[in-house]
Design a protein around this ligand. Structure first.
Ligand SMILES: Cc1cc2nc3c(=O)[nH]c(=O)nc-3n(C[C@H](O)[C@H](O)[C@H](O)COP(=O)(O)O)c2cc1C
Ligand code: SF4
Ligand code: SF4
Length: 438
């Protein structure tokens, strides 16, 4: 039986599934229910500074993109940090930690970007007995207009400066939560490391307008007729989060830095993918908001079953195993040849593969053979692009086959050739073969 326990910066949890800082972790009643349901940890809804709490809109604060079956694909919010008093949150954090000492309890914090604000709040947070702090440099709406959240996360120098203050003012592990609203995620991650942060978590939400109400001529959701950009999350953002996680995991400057991965995690498989790319824990928000806390059951059981099937005893056994296989385009094997193949027994003759390949790829799928409606791949045209595989409505009906025996009728070259990439290719003016050809 797989052991799902994690030790992230010395913060122990019975499984890697933490709830991300958001409404599910907003208050004691929620967090107790979450722990009862089996979550390994939580990052408390972001705390602000002492004083009158922030005020949220009382109208719609969420929007969404749905798939054709009404399944929620992307989620958008214009919510601010906690709108409850700091003292109440601190008191509840302390109470929850006492009741559940075996779970991870991290406090998320966002205060103004000056040293005194951080100096004031950190000892109070530490006094709750929580396990760590997460610096929210990510929220892209509302708070960023006040110089916090992503306004800090978009300036590596600020990240480094605040991380350094926090390391000086608390003994707790410091996790820097990164905004994806930046060109190259490696720069803020490197800054966090330079500032002494113990780990990074990512991603926070992505700047977004999910739709426009064409009757009101306003972004949706709108409050009294006007809308604003919000933060996008949920299954739709997972690919962006995976890519950013991999960039940090393989960057020589941040390699080995602990990562708590966030973004669209809905199933055990999503979590396993992030762990394979180096994440030590994963955080979940939208899936819990969509399906409730019990969604963690599937995550725990699924991950455990997967690990048993693969012979991984602990999370560490497979953490980061996919990282060495993430590379730059220039190192891909240009001599690898794959061709599409259609399983005629599964094909329902819808013709989508033909029209997609005919109109937008390489005209490599027949529509008729001997006058009969039949879809067959023409090896002499197919470049193995995978388009037909992805758009075919029947799963596994079209597959890509790696060819190793014989000659490619498209290029006239033998299929079996040694690995060669763009840096070695004669068409590349910068390669030695390219320079020789000039
Ligand atoms: C309604 C809502 C409120 C959020 N509030 C916070 C917050 O206070 N602090 C924070 O760091 N992230 C906040 N987030 C971002 C989430 O913690 C998480 O980074 C993001 O939703 C991506 O994860 P997901 O795809 O699992 O939802 C919020 C997200 C949502 C949907
Ligand atoms: S898209 Fe799939 S099911 Fe439709 S014709 Fe092509 S192979 Fe057959
Ligand atoms: S893999 Fe690409 S080129 Fe080959 S048949 Fe499919 S769509 Fe056409």
């Amino acid at each position: 039986m797989a052991d799902l326990r994690t030790d992230f910066l010395g913060i122990r949890s019975p499984n890697p599934f933490w709830l991300a800082s958001a409404p599910p972790t907003d208050r004691k009643t929620n967090v107790l229910r979450a722990f009862k349901a089996g979550w390994g940890g939580v990052v408390w809804k972001t705390l602000g500074e002492e004083g009158p709490p922030v005020v949220n809109v009382s109208g719609p604060r969420y929007g969404a993109i749905h798939g054709p079956d009404r399944r929620l694909m992307g989620f958008n919010n214009i919510e601010l940090i906690t709108d409850r008093p700091l003292e109440l949150n601190l008191q509840e954090i302390a109470e929850v930690k006492k009741l559940y000492p075996d779970r991870a309890l991290v406090a998320s914090i966002m205060v103004p970007c000056d040293e005194d604000s951080w100096k004031r709040i950190l000892p109070r947070v530490e006094a709750t007995g929580c396990d760590g702090v997460e610096l929210n440099f990510g929220c892209p709406h509302g708070m960023s207009e006040r110089g916090m959240g992503s306004a800090v996360g978009q300036v590596p120098e600020y990240i480094e400066m605040v991380a350094r203050w926090c390391k000086a003012f608390t003994r707790l592990p410091v996790i820097v939560k990164l905004t994806p609203n930046i060109t190259d995620i490696r720069h803020p991650a490197r800054a966090a490391k330079r500032g002494g942060a113990d780990a990074v978590s990512l991603i926070n939400t992505i700047n977004s307008i999910v739709s426009v109400d064409l009757d009101r001529m306003a972004p949706a959701p709108h409050v009294d007729g006007r809308g604003t950009h919000g933060g996008y999350c949920g299954p739709a953002v997972k690919p962006i989060a995976l890519s950013m996680t991999s960039e940090i995991a393989r960057d020589p400057e941040t390699r080995g830095m602990p990562i708590s991965a966030i973004g669209g995690i809905t199933t055990w498989r999503d979590a396993a993918e992030f762990i394979a790319l180096g994440a030590g824990t994963v955080q979940v928000c939208t899936a819990a908001m969509t399906y409730g806390f019990k969604v963690v059951d599937e995550m725990v059981t699924g991950l455990s079953t997967f690990m048993d099937a693969k012979g991984y005893r602990t999370i560490e056994d497979f953490r980061g195993l996919a990282v060495p296989n993430v590379t730059d385009w220039q190192y891909l094997n240009l001599n690898y040849v794959a061709k599409a193949r259609i399983d005629q027994d599964l094909c329902i003759s819808c013709g989508r593969c033909h029209i997609a390949c005919e109109d937008t790829s390489h005209q490599a799928i027949t529509a008729t053979v001997d006058g009969r409606r039949r879809f067959v791949v023409k090896d002499d045209e197919c470049v193995g692009c995978n388009l037909c595989v992805e758009i075919c409505p029947v799963e596994n009906c079209i597959t890509l086959e790696h060819r190793t025996v014989g000659t490619d009728p498209r290029t006239g070259q033998p299929y079996a050739q040694p690995y060669a990439n763009w840096t070695q290719h004669p068409n590349n003016p910068a390669s030695s073969a390219g320079r020789a050809a000039e």
